[in-house]
Design a protein around this ligand. Structure first.
Ligand code: AMP
Ligand code: TRP
Length: 351
């Protein structure tokens, strides 16, 4: 059977109400990069009054090996970080992905919509697979199709993420458009990535050209949301910089990635623009700027860490919150996936 020919794109977006979805993998503890690039902005979106759905994507996490006990812990700790950062489980929907089967059901259908060529261009896959591409899981390759399903099973229209997820969201758009065209429907919205703010790409404290990541072998490269004040201070004090003072304008940071990174972190934590930070610290040495950054980081992250520790003392309560969130998520996702079965020609006759 031949595949559908490309028909003109069907316009859809006006039909959907604004709804936000985003997810974080419980493949380790959360970092300052996750906080500034994702969590902090998730809270802002909730507080703007938009409908927000947030998810610990445990099914994505197992695309690389996860020890079961650690996965369970990281899922709860991630949920605790969401709440400690300001996500209110009454106003936002907060849950873990595996409790809502619509994600994997739609994920399979999207595996049949996405093309091998599209997947092969994904830079995150190429980075993670490296020279080992014959030996990584099939799930790691299909990862972005499941991510598209996460978003589209809620008909979400906006997705706040860090810069590294931009390509995956373009793929999500391509999958929505191809599904709509193949089946001749205006069913899925074409999502808008929300990649905003001063810290859409927080870099490693050891190497200003590498992303700060929970999977970096060096713990010195990142600030974890579980680090205490002394650890934060030591990591910032030892972070790599050059020996010049801070310049008068942002232009002067063009070829100074480590300095630029610390300025961006300061700006994002203080709700300032990087321009304002450079103006405030023009001419200052790192001997002055780093202690100011330590103070700010401890002031902003300390209360979040303390609240996470408090919440983690009652894991049953976290599980209850995730369960309630999953029920609410399922109520939105189920009818959408049922319509997808109808559109794709699957018989659903069980009583
Ligand atoms: P992950 O930890 O890969 O599941 O990422 C969860 C969210 O945090 C995504 O929106 C990422 O784009 C964001 N994120 C992860 N690391 C960083 C970073 N170093 N800087 C900014 N955002 C990040
Ligand atoms: N791929 C994202 C990351 O690693 C996590 C993720 C999974 C996600 N599903 C999502 C983000 C849906 C936004 C929307 O950062």
């Amino acid at each position: 059977m031949s595949e559908p020919v490309q028909t003109p794109q069907i316009p859809v977006n006006a039909a959907f109400k604004p709804r936000i979805f985003s997810g974080i993998q419980p493949s380790g503890g959360l970092t300052l990069g996750n906080y500034l690039g994702a969590l902090k902005r998730f809270v802002q979106k909730q507080d703007e009054g938009i409908e927000t759905i947030y998810c610990m994507v445990d099914m994505h996490a197992i695309t690389t090996w996860q020890d079961p006990a650690k996965l369970r812990h990281a899922t709860r700790e991630g949920a605790a970080a969401f709440i400690a950062a300001g996500i209110d489980p009454a106003r936002s929907i907060l849950f873990n992905q595996s409790q809502v089967s619509a994600h994997v059901e739609l994920g399979w259908i999207f595996n049949c919509v996405a093309r091998m060529g599209w997947m092969s261009r994904m830079t995150q896959f190429k980075d993670k697979a490296g020279k080992n591409s014959e030996n990584v899981s099939l799930g790691l390759y299909a990862y972005p199709a499941l991510m598209a399903a996460d978003i589209l099973t809620y008909h979400a229209t906006m997705v706040p993420v860090g810069e590294d997820q931009k390509q995956h969201l373009e793929l999500t758009r391509d999958i929505a458009i191809k599904f709509n065209n193949d089946y001749g429907v205006a069913f899925f919205p074409v999502v808008d990535p929300l990649i905003e703010g001063a810290a859409t790409r927080v870099m490693s404290l050891r190497d200003g050209t590498k992303k700060m990541s929970k999977s970096d072998p060096s713990d010195q490269s990142r600030i974890n949301l579980t680090d205490d004040a002394d650890m934060i201070a030591a990591k910032i004090r030892k972070s790599k910089t050059d020996s010049d003072p801070l310049p008068e304008t942002l232009d002067g940071l063009k070829d100074r990635p480590e300095a630029r990174n610390l300025v961006n972190i300061y700006a994002a934590l203080a709700d300032m623009s990087p321009d304002q930070v450079v103006t405030q610290f023009a001419g200052a040495q790192f001997g002055t700027f780093k202690p100011a950054l330590v103070d700010l980081s401890v002031a902003k992250l300390g209360p979040i860490t303390a609240e996470m520790i408090r919440l983690m003392k009652d894991p049953a309560e976290i599980d209850r919150i995730l369960g309630t969130g999953a029920d609410r998520a399922d109520a939105i996702a189920r009818p959408i996936v049922d319509q997808v079965y109808e559109i794709t020609g699957m018989i659903r006759s069980r009583r």
